[in-house]
Write a protein that binds this ligand. Sequence first.
Ligand code: NAD
Ligand code: 0WE
Length: 256
Amino acid sequence: MGLLDNKKAIIFGVANEKSIAWAIAQALHKEGAELAFTYAGEVIKERVTPLAESIGSKLILPCDVSKDNEIDAVFNKIKEKWEGLDILVHSIAFANKEELKGLYADTSREGFRLAMDVSAYSLVALAKRAYPLMEGRSGSIITMTYLGSERVIPNYNVMGVAKAALEASVRYLASDLGQKKIKVNAISAGPIRTLAAMGIGGFREILGVVEQKSPLKRNVTTEDVAKTALYLCSDLSSGVTGEIIYVDAGYNIVGM
Ligand code: NAD
Ligand code: 0WE
């Protein structure tokens, strides 16, 4: 008996074994969910395929979320193979590297557009195709965010603004989809060394500050995040929607 027996879940955003999405996938699988995965590009396909197969997943589909035709193809395939869908995990963000340093005041129009499209609009694009498949099934949609949406974190820049849009989207989507019994929530994770953190100037310092200042006096792991994801995807969170839940060792509450 698992918390997610007979549930069908699609996971967007596994790049490798360090990805937050991979820890979430494993937690959902352990509780009995059947999983589908998507990947953006051939390099990531080579990484995701063995991971997905290791937990018995047969649906591994290409999807660059900036392309509507690729998103359509994913949901057509899900409808064909599964008929319905219970859980959608969105764990995707991207901004051009040059935008994640220097002044936010120097953000380019194209850099802003790209970060917003891939990191914020993509949740709407996915939710819009997912909700018809979640009809009558108490669905759950989750996404990943970061404190840089509400506080100024040096160099997070346009990603912070995109995460603010993502979090507002969670509330509007939760309001729209509540009548269909679909929950929409976000997890605001503390900093974690993943591919998306590679080559970010000062990342080590950010980890150090959290270890020193957070109530729990440590950094969080992808497993910490996955446990909250499991709660949000299961019936344990039946009364929770439109929320941003912090999995950050309490760092966000600290003033000094
Ligand atoms: P990751 O690099 O493992 O995952 C990011 C994923 O985004 C990758 O799988 C990548 O392929 C995907 N992606 C990028 N552009 C895409 C596109 N156009 N189409 C489809 N997929 C695309 O890193 P992660 O840390 O696991 O990041 C997952 C999520 O967690 C992101 O939303 C990130 O902002 C968020 N987050 C990360 C941290 C952290 O410190 N690592 C903290 C809080 C929130
Ligand atoms: O959301 C993120 C990272 C998102 C991200 C990372 C990259 C690196 C490689 C988006 N786009 C790109 N583009 C690339 O080319 N995090 C929460 C992790 C993160 O990123 C930071 C952070 C933290 C924390 C960037 C600057 C400052 C802090």
